[in-house]
Write a protein that binds this ligand. Sequence first.
Ligand SMILES: Cc1cc2nc3c(=O)[nH]c(=O)nc-3n(C[C@H](O)[C@H](O)[C@H](O)COP(=O)(O)OP(=O)(O)OC[C@H]3O[C@@H](n4cnc5c(N)ncnc54)[C@H](O)[C@@H]3O)c2cc1C
Ligand SMILES: Cc1cc2nc3c(=O)[nH]c(=O)nc-3n(C[C@H](O)[C@H](O)[C@H](O)COP(=O)(O)O)c2cc1C
Length: 782
Amino acid sequence: MKIAIIGGGPAGLYAAILLKKQRPTAEITVYERNRADDTFGFGVVFSDATLDNFEKYDLPSYRRITQEFAYWDDIAVHFRGSVHRVGGNGFCGCSRRTLLTILQDRARELGVTLHFEVDIDDEAQLEGADLIILADGINSRFRDKYVAHFQPEVDLRSNKFAWMGSTRPLDAFTFIFQETEWGPFIAHAYQYEAGHSTWIFETDPKTFARAGLTGLDERQSADRMQQIFGWFLGDHPLLTNRSMWRNFPMIRSKRWVRGNMVLLGDAKATAHFSIGSGTKLAMEDAIALADAMQRAPNVAAALDRYEHGRREEVEKTQHAADVSLVWFEHVDRFWDFDPVQFAFGVMTRAKAITYDNLTLRAPDFVAEVDKAFARQVRAKGFDVDVDRPVAPMFQPLRLREMTIANRAVVSPMCMYSAEEGVPTDFHLVHYGSRAIGGAGLIFTEMTCISRDARITPGCAGLWNDAQEAAWKRIVDFVHANSAAKFALQLGHAGRKGATRLMWDGMDRPLAEGGWDVVSASPLPYFPDSQVPRELDRAAMDQIRDAFVAAAERGERCGFDMLELHCAHGYLLASFLSPLTNQRTDEYGGALDNRLRFPLEVFVAMRAVWPAHKPMSVRISATDWAEGGMTGDDAVEIARAFADAGVDLIDVSTGQTVRDAQPIYGRMFQIPFSDQVRNEARIATMCVGNITTADQINTILAAGRADLVALGRPHLVDPSFTIKAAAWYGADVFCPPQYLPGKEQIVRNSVRDRQDVEDLKIKAKPKTRAELRSEAAKPLAAE
Ligand SMILES: Cc1cc2nc3c(=O)[nH]c(=O)nc-3n(C[C@H](O)[C@H](O)[C@H](O)COP(=O)(O)OP(=O)(O)OC[C@H]3O[C@@H](n4cnc5c(N)ncnc54)[C@H](O)[C@@H]3O)c2cc1C
Ligand SMILES: Cc1cc2nc3c(=O)[nH]c(=O)nc-3n(C[C@H](O)[C@H](O)[C@H](O)COP(=O)(O)O)c2cc1C
C-alpha cells in the first residue's frame, strides 16, 4: 500500500507513525514544504487525558515527549491586582519544535520517508497513492481546491490574537486580564520547557486599534505587549516567530473525505486556542484514522468510518472551544465583577468545570467565591452570614418588595389539563407539591387571557370568575403551606393556538373544535396549520385589555409576581421576531416597531399590577434561525422592557419557526442570559437543560443569571430544592407535616456527601504534575 501525506505537522507525522506501525510494508511518505527544523509557534499543550492516549498508541514517542515536557497543575488568574490559583488541572507543555523533531525521528526510525522543502500543489504529483492524507494545516490548499466538495465554513472571529514567546518561567497556566488606557488585553501563557513560555495575546478589535497596533511590525507589537505586561514579565523579553496579529478562523468542514483523500487536523476543523486543543485534535485525528484503517476492510470503508466515528468528538471539542472563545470575546461584560467571581467565571466558562468540581479541588477558592456572593447579597440589605455563607443557590433575592428565599425556580409548564380554562385538582396537587418541595419561586403554566388565546383545549385561563376562584384556591394553598412565591405567567397563543394537547401532537392543528387564530402577520406555523388573521388595531386593543383584565384577576388571586409571555413564537413573540412579523405598519420593520405592541401590553399591565409587586417578561433571546432574533436583539429588548419597569428578564430561546437549528447541550441557553444580564444590566432568570444543583451554583456564582429555572427536572422531582439544600447544608422551609422526612435527609446527606466526595477523590488518578512532584520529594528519613 502507498500512503502519501501532505504536511509534516503533528497530524501528518503522527498519522505516518501510527499507520507505519500498523502496516510495516506500506510505503508511507510525508511531504513538507518547510525545512525539518523550520517551525512556527512556541509551545504546545496537552492534557493528561491526551497523554494517556499517546501512551496507548505509541509508547516510544510518548516517552520522549513526556521527558521533554513541562508539567503544571495550577491555573492562575490575574485580574485587577489579585491572583487566584486553582489546582488539579493536569496539563503539560512542550516546545512545538521539539515535538516535531521527536515525531520526525520516530517516523524515520519506523521507515517513513520524509521529504522536506517539497511543496505539493497538485495531488497528481502523488500518482499511485492508495491513500492521500491532507494534513496541510489551517490554510489547507487542498480543502480550498475542493471547496465545493468539502464545504468548509470559516467563521473569522472578531478578536485579534498574536502568538509570542518569552523566557519568563511560569509555574501555572497563567491568564492575565490587563486593563489599559485603550481597553482590556488578555495574556494566555504557559511554560513549555525550562526557561521558555508561550504567550498568546488577545484583544478586541477596538482596543487593538486604539492601542495603535494596526500596521506595527512583529517587533514593534511585541514591544507594545512588553509595555503592557512588563510588570509581570520583568526583565524577560518577548520573543517573536511569525507572531503576526490575526483573527482566529473557526473552521468546520461538512465533508472530510473525497475519494481516497482525507482531511486531518487543522485542515478539516479548528478549535480556539483558549482551550489549548489544536495540536491535541490534530494528533487524535491521526489516532482515529489509524483505528479506522485497522478495522475496515478497505481504504474507502476506513475513511467513511473515520469521518463518521470521529465527527461527534471533534464537534464536541469545537463546541467547548466556541463557548470559551465567546467568553473571551465578551470579557468586558465581567470587568466590574469582584475578582474572585471573575476568576470563577474564567474557570467555569466552558462548562466542563463546575462549582462542585472546584469545591473538591480548591475548597478555599470556592469558599471565597461563596463569601463574595454573600457579600453582594448582604449589600442588598439581607442579614446573611458572610463568614460561613450558604451556597449561592440558597441565597435570597429581592425583586421590588418580594423576597425569594432561594434561587431555584419551577419553570412555567403547561399541564394541558384544565377544563374550559379552569385549573383542576391536578393543578392544585401539581403546584402545591412543587411549592412544598422547596423552590423559592414557582411559575404557573402559560395562563391564557381569553378563550381563543389558548394553545390547546386543555390550557388554563384567567378570563372568568370560575377560573379566578380555582386559581385563588391554589395560590392560597401555596401561601399557607410553603415559603414559595408564586408567579402568574399570562400569554396569548397567537398562531400556535387551536392546536392539540402536547401528547397528541405538539403544535399540530386541531382536527376539529378549533377556533380562529391571530398573529402579527398571516403566516402559518406548519404549512398545513391555520393561516392566522393579521391583527388590526381594534383587535390589538381588545387583546391588550384582556391582558390587563387577567392581570387584575391575578392580583385578586394573590399571585406574588406577574410574567408576560413574549417567547416561543406565541402572539407577542410573533411581533418581536422579524421571521414572524412582516407588517408594514408602525408595529413591523425595525426592532423599535416590533417592540411597540408587546411593550404597550406590558405598560398597561404594569399600570394595574401593584407597584410593590415585581413583573418579568419571558423572551426567546434567539430564534436559532437565519434572519431571526439574536442575542444582541435580546439585549435591546431587555433594555426597552427595563425602561418600562420590568424587574427580571426570563431568558429562553427558540420555538419561533419550525426550521430553527438550536444548538442543544447542557445549560445551552446560559450564554443568552449572561449576555442580557451583563450587557443590559438587568436581573435575569435562565433556563434550559439545567438538571443539577451543582449547575445552578455554577451559573449563579459566575454571575450569569440571578435565578435558575428548571422545568422537566421538576416534573419528576417536586422536592428537588429540599434535597439540594440537605446536600449543601442549607435550610429551606418545610411544612411541619413533612419535618421527619427533612430531618432524615439532612442527617443522611452529610454522610452521603462525604462518602461521594471521598470516592471521587480516591477515583481521581494523580495528575502527571502531582506524580512528578511526589517523585522529586526526598524520601522521609526513617
Ligand atoms: C502562527 C501559529 C502559531 C501557532 N502556535 C501554536 C503553539 O504555540 N501551540 C499550539 O498548541 N498550537 C499552535 N498553533 C496551532 C497549531 O499549530 C495547530 O492547531 C496544529 O499544529 C495543527 O496541526 P496540523 O498538523 O493539522 O497542522 P500544522 O501544524 O499547521 O501542519 C501543517 C503542515 O503542512 C505543511 N504544508 C501546508 N501546505 C503544504 C503543501 N502544499 N505541501 C507541503 N506541505 C504543506 C505546513 O508547512 C505545515 O508544516 C499555532 C498556529 C499558528 C497559525
Ligand atoms: C411540559 C412542558 C410545558 C411547558 N409549558 C410552558 C409554558 O406554559 N410557558 C413557558 O414559558 N414555557 C413552557 N415550557 C418551557 C419550560 O418552561 C422550559 O423553558 C423548558 O422546558 C426548558 O427547561 P428544562 O430543560 O428545565 O425543561 C414548557 C415545557 C415543558 C416540558
